[in-house]
Write a protein of this length. Structure first.
Length: 49
């Protein structure tokens, strides 16, 4: 397997379904209120730069 074949097989292994499952797990584990606070903190950090 050459470099390009390896890269294509790795990127292709994550479909939109995989990302949706990961998103649901993150929301369940961290709760939406905590995610909103993290988003506000990240936005504040970006604006202060």
């Amino acid at each position: 397997m050459n470099h390009l074949e390896y890269k294509d097989s790795f990127i292709g292994s994550f479909s939109i379904t995989h990302w949706l499952i990961i998103l649901v797990i993150v929301v369940v584990v961290f709760d939406t209120a905590k995610l909103k606070n993290a988003g506000k903190d990240l936005g504040g950090a970006v604006q202060s730069c």
